[in-house]
Each structure stands twice: as C-alpha cells, then as structure tokens.
Design a protein. Sequence first.
Length: 133
Amino acid sequence: MSPFWQSRIYNIIAKYGLKVNEKKTRTFVPGTRREVTGVVVSDKINVPRSYIKQLRVLLHLWEKYGYAQAQIIFTRDFYKGIEKSLVNVIDGKINYLEMIKGKEDSTYRKFKSRFKRLQWEEKQSTDQIQKDI
C-alpha cells in the first residue's frame, strides 16, 4: 500500500478515536497469499494446502494399514507419543473443513465420503470379529 493511502486510512481510523496497532498490521501486495489465524483469505476463504495434505495422509494411513496400525503410526509420528484418537482427529479436521469451505465443496465431500466408508468398513470388520468369537 502506498504511503498516501496508508496515511488516509490511518486518518479515517483516528477520526473515530481508534489507533492502529503497527505490530499487528501488515500490508500485502496484490496476488499474494494472505493467512489470518490459520485460514487463507486471499480470494476466498480457504484452508492452507498443508491442512489438506495432512488430512489426506491420515486417511491414506487408515486405508493402507487398517485402523489399529494407523492409530499407532499416527500417535508415533504426529503427536510424538501423546495418545489421541485418530477417528476424533480426522472427524474434527473434516468438520473444520466443512465450516471453512462449506458442505457443497468437492474437497470436503470427498474427504467426508472416504471417512464414512472407512468407519463403515471398520465397524463391519469389528462386527465380524465379534460374531466369530
């Protein structure tokens, strides 16, 4: 932002008895990525790519190794020994994605569909084991 526009904006803010906190103020060049409290707000509200990648990795672990092994890998590699439920973490991440992108977003729907399928398969597997016992 040019100094001219910046001073005009600051004057308008000061006119209402407010003061700009310089430590919390950043100006961006058009076309650059803007992230506020972990949410990308450039053209439209979104989540960082790293968030999508991590969610994809978690679902892939479950698909490839099964829930029990994926939980072990998740605890070891993602939370360094802190016991967290993989199902709860994935569910929370998908719910957050829904909140940011909306229910009609294709990325959200794909992740939600994969997650529901994995939960259903896990339930079928557990039911079969209990039936066999």
